[in-house]
Design a protein around this ligand. Structure first.
Ligand code: AMP
Length: 226
């Protein structure tokens, strides 16, 4: 079976791309690779890499290209990525995009967009599980027990970089750095824009429809959960 679901998800912080990536990754059995999640895990473990990137991540600044590229290269070489993958949060610079082109051939780059007020509401209520990565929102997707992860029972946290001051910095960085990356993929004609100011399942259904039309998703990609 030929699989060709090599995807990149782009969008401002809080647009929900991590949620969409998890949903599609689960349904089609392709890994969701979030460079932000990798960094947060390494910081929590206080590993050598974690200590290197902590300064940048906690301030919403970009981690230097060489560090990020090395990590992504290693991850994409893993056997589970041969069937496809969803990159979330990478590439963030044209240099990263160019390096990615040397490693693999992308099938599509999805750009998620939503009005600012929707994004602010999502980010301000977001809680994440530091252990399994599950994402909640106090207003529209609360955990069953307040502050406790439904999946693994760990205590949920607010990401340090979801604090309002850091969010503003991340927005600024997003606007400044992503415009050239978006243009890069638009020129390559693999950019697909998706309106994300609606319920997550609707967004995902729209993504699937587009990927089917482009023959990137085929029926055999779906993984039966039963
Ligand atoms: P995210 O969860 O994708 O918003 O990433 C959180 C933080 O991790 C960012 O604010 C950056 O400090 C760092 N980061 C994640 N991905 C990258 C990347 N591709 N290039 C540089 N820094 C990154």
């Amino acid at each position: 079976m030929v699989m060709n679901m090599r995807l990149v998800f782009i969008g401002p912080p809080g647009v929900g791309k991590g949620t969409y990536a998890k949903m599609i990754s689960g349904k089609y059995g392709i890994p969701h690779i979030s460079t932000g999640d990798i960094f947060r895990e390494e910081i929590a473990k206080e590993s050598e890499l974690g200590l290197k990137v902590k300064y940048y991540v906690e301030r919403g600044l970009l981690v230097p290209d060489d560090i990020v590229i090395e990590i992504v290269k290693n991850v994409l070489e893993r056997p589970e990525c041969r069937r496809g993958f969803i990159l979330d949060g990478f590439p963030r610079t044209v240099k990263q995009a160019e390096e990615l082109d040397k490693i693999t051939v992308l099938d599509a780059v999805l750009l998620f967009e939503a009005p600012l007020h929707v994004i602010i509401e999502r980010v301000s209520g977001r809680l994440v599980c530091p252990n399994c990565g599950a994402i909640y929102n106090v207003s529209w997707k609360p955990p069953r027990k307040p502050g406790i992860c439904d999946v693994c029972g760990s205590t949920l946290i607010r990401r340090k970089d979801d604090e309002p001051e850091v969010i503003k910095a991340r927005y600024e960085v997003y606007r400044q750095t992503f415009t050239p990356v978006i243009e890069y993929y638009r020129n390559k004609k693999i950019l697909i824009e998706v309106y994300a100011g609606r319920e997550a399942q609707e967004v995902v259904t729209e993504v699937e429809k587009i990927l089917r039309e482009r023959k990137i998703i085929k029926n055999e990609h779906i993984i039966s959960k039963h």
